[in-house]
Design a protein around this ligand. Structure first.
Ligand SMILES: [Fe+2]
Length: 169
């Protein structure tokens, strides 16, 4: 099993613009810049975000946006500070998806090359707990209904279903 995340690499159109993006929002510290002399496929810069090794390499940006994303943990108390940084960076903030109560706040935003990032204030343990608790918000949730649903699915999978004819007037 791999021990930990080694590094993240993002392909960007403009190295300097993206360097500023990561510095402004993530407090990224630049530790290497290839300049025109490259050892890899193209010009690149390395950063540290905390202890995370992040690379950006010059190249063509993603052709389209998807929900694939990279999420960083932030403290809930720093939420507004990060929102201001993202706005300062010129990044485009994406409207938040619907969330169940207790899921933890998030900011989603795109860089200049169609990469989606998230700053999230929650943890995995909180997320799992909130999904388990969210059943109580479902007005139709009950152990009895869940058991009935499970029986219906098992019957359908076993072919024990009644097909009703559609009666037309
Ligand atoms: Fe996420």
């Amino acid at each position: 099993m791999p021990t930990t995340l080694s590094h993240l690499t993002f392909i960007v159109k403009d190295l300097d613009r993206s360097a500023q993006f990561f510095k402004t929002i993530f407090d990224a510290k630049e530790v290497y810049s290839s300049g025109p002399k490259t050892f890899s496929l193209s010009q690149e810069k390395f950063f540290l975000i905390g202890s995370l090794w992040l690379c950006i390499m010059q190249g063509e940006p993603l052709a389209e946006r998807t929900y694939n994303h990279t999420a960083f943990k932030i403290q809930e108390s720093d939420f507004d500070e990060y929102l201001a940084r993202i706005k300062d960076s010129g990044a485009e903030i994406k409207p938040e998806r619907p969330r169940v109560p207790g899921e933890g706040r998030s900011i989603y935003f795109y860089d200049f090359d169609n990469h989606l990032f998230e700053l999230h204030a929650g943890t995995l343990a909180e997320r799992l707990d909130c999904y388990a608790q969210s059943r109580i918000y479902d007005p139709f949730y009950s152990e009895e209904n869940q058991a009935r649903l499970a029986r219906s699915i098992a019957d359908a999978e076993a072919g024990k279903v009644t097909i009703h004819e559609l009666i037309e007037d």
